[in-house]
Design a binder for this molecule. Structure first.
Ligand SMILES: Cc1cc2nc3c(=O)[nH]c(=O)nc-3n(C[C@H](O)[C@H](O)[C@H](O)COP(=O)(O)OP(=O)(O)OC[C@H]3O[C@@H](n4cnc5c(N)ncnc54)[C@H](O)[C@@H]3O)c2cc1C
Length: 404
């Protein structure tokens, strides 16, 4: 797609996370004048890893960002699951060429900050994208001709439309959907990143490896071309109501993994400081737009991380939103309706399936036996193969089809 040179719409994006920057890049590339309003004093992301399914690499290809991403990503050769108490291998799915053959695109993992930087650099390469920090969106109004966004400092900005990419606790969602606070799942994630030299060889794995156990699991994988090692430990807890990026309690974590195999306990012992997340999601909704205002990413469909898709779905949203605006030739209200119509069932399915996979990873008793049997079967209905609908991603050619 050749970028147009004349900006046609003036678009405001609340939030400069991965979703907001992806949207700004997509819309800026299409020739619109985009202003990103980020509340933080700098653009940045916390240090942790994220997995990128083949569906997201399909989007990178569309955006011309595959090389930039691949230079800083890591491509694990497999995706495995072991029992955290016995060490027994439950399943291992080869990735690499197998993932490429099955889905047309690779499966990668990346440092969040590196992915955010790719989008930041891409936005900076477009003169019609303005990136503003210390710009917290406080409220907005709209009428038939445009939107007015008021920042916390009192400044008012005008535009043709507003895209709320302001995350799980979205201010814009409060007004557009009004469904209260997110649902606290009772699951807590502790995250840490080690340097390669701090991980003994017998604890290192190039695979994305998940150690599943009753109400707990640990996932680890390399990041940044294999220079770093990412760990995410998850367990059920009713101790916390809400929280984001605060420090974790190492004693509680060790207690939760007291029954784990020595290899896992040794690995956990390598980390002095954990960052903690209280994991939340929401019930899927079918309407997250109000005339000239719409939502994207976690603001629209926050999900538990068990399918490793939140950022990926935000990037897919951005691409679909751009296509919707192109299809309606800039009729924002119609474009926002088309966009959410194209997205809500898919993202709702990811939200609900992610909850189910959380149960599967943390299973005990008969549920655990059944999981192991189904995962080992390699059948279409189970495990990685059963997620083809998600990893195939968006069919961009048939997204919006004009009536003949
Ligand atoms: C433990 C864990 C593991 C995960 N693993 C993966 C994974 O492997 N793969 C994957 O794809 N996803 C993963 N995710 C999900 C992913 O992190 C999120 O879905 C993704 O970051 C959402 O991006 P976003 O841009 O929509 O929201 P956010 O990243 O939350 O960004 C929102 C931005 O808006 C800003 N903001 C908020 N309010 C305002 C305001 N009023 N005005 C202006 N700015 C505002 C914030 O400062 C922030 O910069 C994981 C999440 C967790 C918790």
């Amino acid at each position: 797609m050749t970028p147009a040179t004349t900006p046609s719409l003036s678009l405001l994006v609340a939030g400069g996370g991965i979703g907001g920057l992806a949207a700004a890049y997509v819309l800026g590339r299409a020739g619109h004048a985009v202003t990103v309003l980020e509340q933080a004093g700098t653009f940045g992301e916390i240090g942790a890893g994220i997995q990128l399914g083949p569906n997201i690499f399909r989007m990178f290809e569309y955006l011309g960002l595959t090389d930039a991403v691949s230079q800083v990503a890591f491509f694990p050769p497999g995706l495995g699951m072991n029992d955290v108490r016995t060490g027994e291998k439950v399943v291992r799915v080869p990735l690499g060429d197998t993932a490429r053959a099955a889905y047309g695109y690779p499966y990668g993992v990346i440092y969040r900050a590196d992915l955010h930087q790719v989008f930041l650099d891409a936005c900076k390469s477009l003169p019609n994208v303005t990136l503003r920090t210390s710009s917290k969106v406080d409220s907005f109004e709209q009428d038939g001709s445009g939107v007015r966004v008021r920042l916390a400092g009192g400044e008012v900005l005008e535009g043709d439309a507003l895209i709320g990419a302001d995350g799980l606790w979205s201010r814009i969602r409060e007004r557009v959907v009004g469904d209260g606070k997110p649902r606290v799942s009772g699951h807590i994630a502790y995250r840490a990143v080690l340097k390669r030299e701090d991980v003994p060889a017998h604890l290192w794995s190039d695979d994305v490896l998940l150690w599943g156990g009753e109400k707990t699991h640990l996932v680890h994988y390399p990041l940044r071309r294999g220079e770093l090692f990412n760990l995410v430990a998850v367990f059920h807890s009713n101790k916390y109501d809400e929280g984001w990026n605060t420090f974790g309690d190492t004693a509680e974590l060790n207690e939760r993994f007291a029954q784990a195999v020595p290899q896992v306990r040794e690995l956990l012992g390598k980390i002095e400081t954990w960052k903690m997340w209280v994991l939340c999601d929401r019930e899927p909704v079918k309407n997250w737009s109000d005339r000239r205002v719409t939502l994207l990413g976690d603001a629209a469909h926050p999900m538990l991380q068990y399918l490793a898709q939140g950022a990926g779905q935000a990037i897919e949203d951005a691409v679909v939103l751009g296509e919707a605006l192109r299809f309606t030739h800039g009729d924002v209200e119609q474009a926002f309706r088309n966009y959410q119509q194209a997205r809500y069932l898919h993202t709702g399915r990811v939200q609900l399936t992610a909850r189910f996979y959380g149960d599967i990873y943390h299973a005990s008793g008969v549920q655990r036996e059944l999981r192991n049997q189904l995962f080992r079967s390699g059948k279409e209905s189970a495990g990685f193969a059963g997620l083809k609908w998600m990893y195939d991603g968006i069919d961009l050619k048939n997204l919006f089809v004009r009536a003949a």
